[in-house]
Structures are given as C-alpha cells and as structure tokens.
Design a protein around this ligand. Structure first.
Ligand SMILES: [Zn+2]
Length: 405
C-alpha cells in the first residue's frame, strides 16, 4: 500500500512540476489567533475559511491551522489526493507531503516526523503550523500573550534595487551611509514582538536574498560559533592583500544576520561574499549595538539585512541594514543604513569577485585593536592597515600624538 501511495504521489508531483508555479513574490505576514476564524494577511483581516468559521486550535501544545488559507495567502498551492488522504503543499521550490493521521511527512523528499499528526476536523485539514512553516523555509513566531502565530516571508524585488540605489551616494570613504532619514522600511504589520528568523531563497544563480528576524533572547545562541567554511557564497575567492587589509584576507563569509543574534552557522541563505571592510567597519557596529540592547532589555529587535546585487553580479554592491526595537517603538534601536561592500586600496569586480590592488592612498593607518590612528603606517606596528579618517573617527579612534600633526 505504501509503495503504491508513493508511486501515485510521485506521478502526481511529476505532473505538477511541469506546471508554472503561481506568483509567489513579495512580502507576507500571515497571523492567526487561536480560536479566531479571522486571520490577517499583511494587516488586512480576512476569514480563514469563508462562511465555515474554521479556527486554529491547540493540540498537545502544537498549533493546528487549516493550512490551505495560509499557503494560498503566501502565493503557494495546496493539493489534496483523495485516494491516499495526502496533502501536498508547494511554495516556490519547497514541497511538503503529509498524510492524515500519520506522524511522518516528506519535506523536500526527506522523511521528517511530526509531534502531532495532521487530522481532518469538520472536513477541513488541520496541520501543525510550525512544522509546515519551517519545512517551507518560512519564518514562524508564536506570541504567547495574544495566542497568535505569525508566518513570515520576505524578499527583495529587483525593482526595489533601482529605487534604493538612487538614494545611495557613490562610495566616498565612509563605510556606511544613512538611508531614508535613518528610518527602516518595515511595515506596521511586519513588526512582531515574538522571535522568528527567516532567510530568503537563493535565486537562480545562487545569490542570497534577505535575512529577516525579530531577534529576542530566546533565539540567541548559547553555544560558540561553528565552522562556516563549507559554504561557498557567490563570487567567493580566497585572496590575500598583506599589509593592506586587517587580517590580510579581502573577503569574509559575511553573515547577513550575525551569529551572535540568531546563532546561524553554515546556512547558505545567510552568508555572502563580503569584504573585510564591509564586515568589520560597516556591519559589525550595528550587530553589536543590537546584541547589547537585547542583552540589557530582553526586548525584541526587528532586524533585516538585504544584500544588494546589481543585475547578474556575483558579489553584492552593499548591504542594507535595518533595525527597530519593538517594545519601546524604536526608542532603543532605530536605524536604516547602507554598508558599502568595498575595500579601501582594492578594486573589486562585482560581476566575478576578481580584484586588483589599486594602491595605498589612505588618509591614515590603524590596527584592529589600537585606540589611535597614525599618519605613518610603521608607527602603529605590524598589523597596521589603511583607512579613511572618517572611518577611524567613527570607530572612536583618536590621533596619535607622535605621528599625526
Ligand atoms: Zn603614530
């Protein structure tokens, strides 16, 4: 019987794969409250199951929802195979197959077990929402106070690229610039006071999309950072410019959402080819600020990190970083900055990741840990590297008494 079932499902899926998958672009937040037949899709109230009053329920500590509304709300598709009582959920490249009253499901072809089996109640298929959301690569948050589950999908559309880059000046010697008056672009319905993390799907040439999270203490890592060297982001090259760059290496595997915030290691949806300068001078100060704030307050911070690629390029031009503290409505954390994926002294070919040394025309020199900047690279010592005076001052360094006039 099982073999027949698998065969049948495989046949149906083969057929389905030939059909164009429906438009699934864009940003969605779907929220459902236990016992409430009304859900919200991007802030707009709508009946979960028109005229039938179907409500999300809790079974053994798991939230079960009528799944069709959510998946279709997110632009995906739901198929019901009557003979085998199989539900197939399709969203972009992800696929989940569940059977009624069975605790084993197929997530992208791999067997996974569920704590609570899918069931039919009042002729509606009720499925554990977290299992499905995570299997489909979606973000999922549970707010205990309001008994509400949030399902999140986010992406950066190419049309947004043109608009954003109009607001970004050419690199002029500072690691980052404020965009949109330093106000993040979050919609009201995207601001969620319960932790989740979401990493967008890689595009057709393997490039990362957004990293998006409501960072809370409960998802911060409790173990040290693991190895990330198994991931090869687009444009990656291992290349050294000794004496020019802090740490010598031009590129780092740069987390969209830092390990210290969500604990992600070798997640290929969260690592891009970033210059040392982008990593350390551009992004790190903001990641540290968010980390310190959450440690101190226990509040949540909405955090979105968007790598911005020009058409066809393998290396991002830069990263748009947005942050907003939820509970105090942005009083503690509120920023919207563009960090340049550049390296002073080196020219990067963004289409390939190739690079060339273009000479040291640095304003000043510093070391990774020193408190002063220098005019004379030898004065700072062995680990000196060049930087702009603005970056040195932004990093809180003061002029060396000996060599800076
Ligand atoms: Zn000096």
């Amino acid at each position: 019987m099982r073999k027949l079932r698998t065969l049948l499902v495989t046949f149906v899926l083969m057929y389905i794969c030939l059909l164009p998958v429906g438009a699934a672009e864009g940003d969605f937040v779907v929220s459902l409250e236990i016992g409430n037949p009304i859900m919200r899709v991007n802030g707009i109230e709508t009946e979960i199951d028109p005229n039938r009053g179907t409500k999300p329920i809790v079974v053994d500590g798991r939230t079960l929802v009528p799944i069709r509304a959510i998946i279709e709300g997110l632009g995906g598709r739901v198929l019901w195979i009557e003979e085998t009582e199989t539900v197939v959920l399709i969203l972009n490249d992800e696929q989940i197959q569940l059977n009624i009253d069975e605790k084993t499901a197929l997530v992208n072809g791999k067997e996974k077990s569920l704590d609570v089996e899918p069931r039919v109640i009042n002729e509606r298929t009720m499925i554990p929402v977290r299992f499905v959301a995570e299997g489909l690569g979606l973000g999922v948050a549970w707010d205990d106070d309001s008994q509400t589950v949030f399902v999140v999908k986010n992406s950066f559309e190419h049309e947004e690229y043109e608009r954003l880059m109009k607001a970004v000046p050419e690199y002029f010697g500072v690691a980052r610039v404020e965009i949109n008056g330093n106000k993040p672009f979050f919609e009201d319905y995207e601001i969620i006071g319960a932790s989740f993390e979401y990493y967008g799907q890689l595009d057709g040439i393997g490039r990362c999309d957004v990293g998006f999270a409501s960072v809370g203490k409960d998802i911060m890592p409790t173990t040290p950072r693991g190895s990330i060297s198994s991931v090869t982001p687009t444009g990656w090259q291992s290349v050294v410019y000794r004496g020019v760059i802090d740490g010598d290496y031009l590129y780092n595997r740069c987390h969209l959402i830092a390990h210290q915030l969500t604990g992600e290691n070798a997640n290929k949806r969260n690592l891009i080819t970033g210059t040392r300068y982008l990593n350390i001078e551009g992004m790190l100060p903001f990641e540290n600020k968010v980390f310190d704030y959450i440690e101190k307050t226990g509040n949540h911070v909405m955090f979105r990190s968007t790598p911005v690629f020009s058409e066809g390029n393998l290396v991002a031009d830069g990263v748009l970083l947005e942050g907003y503290s939820v509970e105090d409505k942005g009083e503690g954390i509120c920023f919207c900055v563009y960090c340049y994926n550049v390296q002073p002294g080196v020219r990067v070919d963004y289409s390939t990741g190739d690079s060339t040394f273009v000479g040291t025309s640095f304003d000043v020199y510093r070391t990774p840990s020193g408190k002063r900047y220098h005019s004379n690279p030898d004065c700072g010592g062995r680990n000196s590297y060049g930087t702009s005076i603005e970056d040195a001052q932004n990093a809180g360094l003061t002029p060396c008494q000996k060599c800076v006039k």
